[in-house]
Design a protein around this ligand. Structure first.
Ligand SMILES: Cc1ncc(COP(=O)(O)O)c(C=O)c1O
Length: 378
């Protein structure tokens, strides 16, 4: 790390910067296959088509286009447009929120392994961050009693991510309610990273949104994952705590100020047509997941596989003695042009790797994985 860096490098993003556009098949991507621009415009209604065709490329409202905020608010029970703040992706929302609620002397608890910014930004802001470790032999479940013990008088923020990156874990309702209770008792903000929401394998298991549960509950959403539009770079925070949103809005003046004008209109089109957009994503993920299940059925003596209950990724483990996943994955990308994401990029040991099943080339990538496995693991 360079001496001038005030925040640790984001290992996963550096890994993708190296590989994402250099390999043939990303078998570790977390997003769903990007929606086609022409297909998206076909979904526009009269109002949004006129907005698109008459668009001028000036600055936009810093809190987000009013129609976009209204559409986002409609994703949540009981929320209003003023309970929503739009950002350039979920990443900017995390950056602003952590900087606003955490600082010297503050404490945060973050489930781990995790998307690194969920804990790293708080650390860089001077907070003490306790990682709440999830374990494969618990089915990656959140340990409510441990979480309760991790709370201190300085706890300002509890962060969970459900469905979870990288494991696909989804808490059951009782666990989720208990987490909400712990946040309320400790008077901490509860950030629920819901970027994979709507991709639950069983839709009956969908949890209430964080913003719907408690006044200091904050939902993090984005167009990137379940809505299959990562290139828009449109994300949001939703919460009835307007004071924290106002502080985030003031912080955002130092990051992007406002969102991209074309992206706001395209996001609005996508959200208004969300039934069609999400049905496509669910179809892709469901079909792919059954192929992935087939692979692990076949190779069950070489890998563990805790089947994800939501999202587009899972976190299996290579169990062949003496074989390191970092080396095996390096061989795979060289031989077959297929990229996996070793758990070391999450700082998480134990020979795990992230496998993504949101892309439409998964059947080919999986064939190549199988071919490589047959050569190296038999
Ligand atoms: C759990 C989680 N939160 C936030 C993000 C950031 O989303 P975006 O890149 O769209 O800003 C990601 C992206 O991978 C993620 O997996």
């Amino acid at each position: 790390m360079m001496a001038s860096m005030r925040i640790a490098e984001f290992a996963l993003e550096r890994y993708f910067a190296r590989w994402e556009f250099a390999v043939e098949h990303l078998l570790c991507a977390s997003d769903v296959q990007g929606y086609g621009m022409a297909d998206l415009l076909d979904l526009a209604d009269d109002e949004t088509r006129a907005m698109w065709e008459g668009l001028t490329l000036g600055y936009t409202e810093s809190t987000g286009h009013p129609l976009l905020r209204a559409e986002i608010a409609s994703l949540y029970e009981g929320l209003e447009p003023d309970d929503v703040l739009v950002f350039a992706g979920a990443e900017e929302a995390i950056f602003c929120l952590a900087n606003v609620v955490l600082g010297d002397g503050a404490h945060a608890i973050v489930t781990w392994p995790a998307y690194q910014s969920l804990y790293e930004v708080g650390r860089a802001a001077g907070a003490e961050v306790t990682l709440h470790e999830l374990r494969e032999d618990d089915g990656w479940a959140i340990d409510v009693e441990l979480l309760r013990r991790q709370v201190t008088p300085a706890t300002r923020l509890i962060v969970i991510n459900a469905p979870h990156n990288p494991t696909g874990m989804l808490p059951d309702r009782a666990t989720f309610d208990a987490i909400v209770g712990i946040a309320e008792e400790s008077d901490a903000y509860l950030l629920v990273d819901e970027v994979y929401r709507y991709l639950e394998s069983d839709e009956h298991e969908r949890l209430p949104a964080g913003a719907e549960t408690t006044p200091k509950g904050i939902s993090l959403g984005v167009m990137s994952k379940s809505f299959a539009m990562a290139g828009l770079r449109i994300g949001w925070l939703a919460t009835t705590d307007r004071e924290v949103l106002a502080r985030c809005a003031a912080f955002k003046d130092y990051t992007t100020i406002c969102s991209s004008a074309p992206s706001e209109v395209l996001a609005l089109i996508g959200l208004r047509a969300r039934d069609a957009v999400l049905a496509r994503s669910r179809r892709i993920v469901e079909g792919n997941l059954s192929l992935v299940d087939g692979f692990f059925d076949e190779w069950g003596d070489r890998f563990t596989w805790v089947r994800p209950r939501g999202g587009s990724i899972g976190f299996p483990r290579l169990t062949v003695p003496g074989m390191s996943i970092d080396e095996w994955a390096a061989g795979l990308v060289e031989a077959e042009g297929v990229l996996l994401l070793p758990g070391s990029q999450f700082g998480y040991g134990g020979n795990h790797f992230r496998l993504g099943f949101g892309r439409t080339d998964l059947p080919i990538a999986l064939d190549r994985l199988e071919r490589y496995a047959a050569r190296t693991l038999r």
